[in-house]
Design a binder for this molecule. Structure first.
Ligand code: PMP
Length: 531
C-alpha cells in the first residue's frame, strides 16, 4: 500500500517522458564543459599564503563513466544498497536537474545516483525506499529533522499571516528578547535577515561604516574561509576562488588573506599551542601595523568549517582582535555554522575563545531549515551604520513565521538541554574517534569541540615531516559510509577532512553507529589494497 502511494507520487515526474529517454547512460551525465574543467591543471592559490592546493572544480566528479570505488567495493563486501526506487528516481532527477539547473549546482553522491530523501526525524533521514540514514552532516536541522514543536509553530503562524516586517507583531520582539539573552550584554542590537550570506553581506556593510582604520573598506580573512555566495562574500571566500578553473584572479586588492591557523598541517605546525597562536596572529599584526595603515574588518569563524574544521589555537582570536581594533578595525565572528549551542561548552563558539566580537552573524540552525538569519552587534556599531541615513529594509527579514519557528528552535534547545547533550555526546565522539588513531596510520588528527568535529586523513601520520593529504581515501570513506547508511560530508582545502556536525539531538548510540561504520569503511579500504 505504502509502495503504491510512493509510486503514485512519482507520476508527475514520469509525465515528462519515459524514464528511459531521460535516464542518460552514465557516461553522458557530464557535459564536455565539465570534463574540460576536470582536466584543467591545478592553478596556484593566488597570493594567498596557504600551502594547500584546492582540488579544482572539485564539486564536479572526475570519473563519471563508472560507479565510485566505494559503490563497487560495497557491492563486493555485500553492502550493495537495495536500490529500489532510489536507483531509478535518483538518476531521473539528476538528469532533469542537469537540464534545468545551472551546471555548477552540485548533488551529493552524483556518481552513484544521488540519494532521494523524502522525510526525516531526529538524527535520521528517510530515503524514497524507506531506508533510514544516520545524518551526521546537517547542522541546520539542529533540534532534529521535522521537530514537532518547530513544525507546529510554523504551521500555526503561517495559518495566521505572513506579512511585511514594517507591521508590528509581538512574536518578533518576544523572540529577539530570548535570542539576545544568549549573547554577552554588549551585543544588544539585531538585524533580522534570511540567510547566512545576507547576514555576512550586511555585517560587512555595517563594519565598513563603523571602522576608522586607514584602509576602512579592506578585509582580513583566513585562508580557505567561506562566508557566503554574494559577490561581496565571494570576494572574501578563498574556498570559492580555489575552485576556479578559468585562470582569473578572484582576490580583490582590498582582501588580505592570512594563513588558516591550522597547527597540524598548516604553515606553522606547532599543534594547539601558544606558539602556533603567536605565529599565526603575527601575520595579522604585520598587515595592520604596516605603513599602509590599519584594516577596517576582520572576519573569521571560531572553528573554520570549510577550511576543514580547523580549531584556532588558544589566544589566537584574542591577539588578532586586539591588533585589528588597535588600528580602528571591526571584528566579525561568523557563527553561521558553529552557533546555537553546538560548541557544548558555550552557546556561541566565539565564547570558547574568550573574545567578544563587534558583530556576530548567525543563520543555518536558527530556523532548523526555515530561512532565517541575523546580524547581532554592539549598539554603537549599529548607530554608525544608521548615521548613513540609509534605511535598512528587508521584505522577509524578521517575518512572524520565521520568528515563530526560530523561537520554537531556541525554546527546544533550552527545554531539551541540547547544549549539554552537545557537550556530553561531543566528548564521547572525540573519545571514540580517537580510538581509530592507533589502528590506522591514515587518521591524521581528530579535532573540534561539541558536535562540530573533523577527522583529517593523511597518507601516513608516521611520516610526520611530510604529512600528505589523502583526498582519494576520504572520498572513498564518505561514499562507502553511504552504503552503511551513514551520511557525512568532506571538506578542507585538500578535501581530506570528514566533517561531523550532526543535529544536536545526536546520541551516544548514534556515535557508536558512526564510528563503527567508519572503522568498517577503513578496514574495507585496507582490504581493497588500492590505498
Ligand atoms: N558562513 C559560513 C561559515 C557558512 O558555512 C555558510 C554556508 N555554508 C554561509 C556563511 C552562508 O550561508 P547561506 O548558505 O545560508 O547563505
Amino acid at each position: 500500500m505504502r509502495r503504491a502511494a510512493r509510486l503514485f507520487s512519482l507520476k508527475p515526474l514520469l509525465l515528462f517522458g519515459t524514464c528511459s529517454s531521460l535516464l542518460l547512460p552514465r557516461n553522458d551525465y557530464y557535459s564536455s564543459a565539465f570534463l574540460a574543467h576536470n582536466d584543467a591543471p591545478i592553478a596556484s592559490a593566488g597570493d594567498a599564503p596557504g600551502h594547500h592546493q584546492k582540488v579544482k572544480g572539485s564539486f564536479l566528479l572526475k570519473t563519471p563513466t563508472e560507479l565510485s570505488e566505494a559503490a563497487k567495493a560495497a557491492a563486493t563486501f555485500g553492502l550493495e544498497e537495495k536500490q529500489g526506487q532510489n536507483e531509478q528516481v535518483g538518476r531521473l532527477l539528476i538528469a532533469l536537474r542537469d537540464k534545468q539547473l545551472g551546471p555548477n549546482v552540485s548533488v551529493f553522491y552524483k556518481q552513484d545516483g544521488g540519494l532521494v530523501i523524502t522525510s526525516g526525524k531526529g538524527a535520521f533521514m528517510k530515503d524514497i525506499d524507506g531506508n533510514l540514514h544516520l545524518d551526521c552532516c546537517n547542522n541546520v536541522a539542529s533540534v532534529g529533522h521535522a521537530h514537532p514543536a518547530v513544525v507546529k509553530a510554523g504551521q500555526d503562524e503561517l495559518a495566521n499571516i505572513q506579512t511585511n516586517g514594517r507591521f508590528l507583531n509581538p512574536i518578533q520582539q518576544r523572540y529577539v528578547t530570548k535570542l539576545l539573552a544568549t549573547f554577552p550584554p554588549e551585543l544588544n542590537t539585531i538585524y533580522l535577515v534570511n540567510s547566512g550570506s545576507e547576514a555576512n553581506d550586511l555585517a560587512l556593510r555595517i563594519a565598513r561604516e563603523h571602522a576608522t582604520a586607514k584602509r576602512q573598506k579592506d578585509v582580513i580573512i583566513l585562508d580557505s574561509a567561506y562566508h557566503g555566495h554574494t559577490q561581496a562574500l565571494v570576494d572574501i571566500s578563498p574556498y570559492k576562488w580555489y575552485q576556479a578553473v578559468d585562470g582569473k584572479n578572484y582576490k580583490p586588492d582590498t582582501t588580505h588573506v592570512v594563513s588558516c591557523p591550522d597547527g597540524f598541517r598548516g604553515r606553522y605546525r606547532f599543534g594547539h599551542t601558544e606558539k602556533s597562536a603567536e605565529l599565526y596572529a603575527k601575520e595579522v599584526e604585520d598587515i595592520v601595523n604596516s605603513p599602509e595603515g590599519g584594516v577596517g574588518v576582520f572576519i573569521a569563524e571560531s572553528i573554520v568549517g570549510c577550511g576543514g574544521q580547523v580549531v584556532p589555537p588558544p589566544t589566537y582570536l584574542k591577539r588578532v582582535y586586539e591588533a585589528v581594533r588597535a588600528k580602528g578595525g571591526v571584528c566579525i565572528a561568523d557563527e553561521v555554522q558553529t552557533g546555537f549551542a553546538r560548541a557544548g561548552t558555550h552557546f556561541w563558539m566565539f565564547q570558547a575563545h574568550g573574545v567578544v566580537p563587534d558583530i556576530v552573524t548567525v543563520g543555518k540552525p536558527m530556523g532548523n531549515g526555515y530561512p532565517i538569519a541575523a546580524v547581532i552587534c554592539r549598539r554603537e556599531v549599529a548607530e554608525s551604520f544608521a548615521r548613513t541615513g540609509i534605511e535598512y529594509f528587508n521584505t522577509y527579514g524578521g517575518n512572524s513565521v520565521g520568528c515563530a519557528i526560530a523561537e520554537a528552535v531556541l525554546d527546544t534547545i533550552h527545554k531539551e538541554d541540547l547544549q549539554q547533550n552537545a557537550l556530553e555526546v561531543g566528548e564521547y565522539l572525540t573519545e571514540r574517534l580517537n580510538t581509530l588513531i592507533p589502528k590506522y596510520d591514515w587518521v591524521g588528527e581528530v579535532r573540534g569541540v561539541g558536535l562540530f568535529q573533523g577527522i583529517e586523513f593523511v597518507k601516513s601520520r608516521a611520516d610526520k615531516d611530510n604529512l600528505q593529504p589523502y583526498p582519494e581515501l576520504t572520498k572513498f570513506l564518505v561514499d562507502f559510509l553511504r552504503y552503511q547508511r551513514v551520511i557525512v560530508s568532506r571538506d578542507g582545502p585538500d578535501e581530506n577532512v570528514i566533517k561531523v556536525k550532526p543535529p544536536l539531538v545526536f546520541s551516544k548510540e548514534n556515535v557508536d553507529q558512526l564510528v563503527t561504520s567508519l572503522d568498517n569503511a577503513l578496514q574495507c579500504a585496507q582490504k581493497l589494497g588500492i590505498f
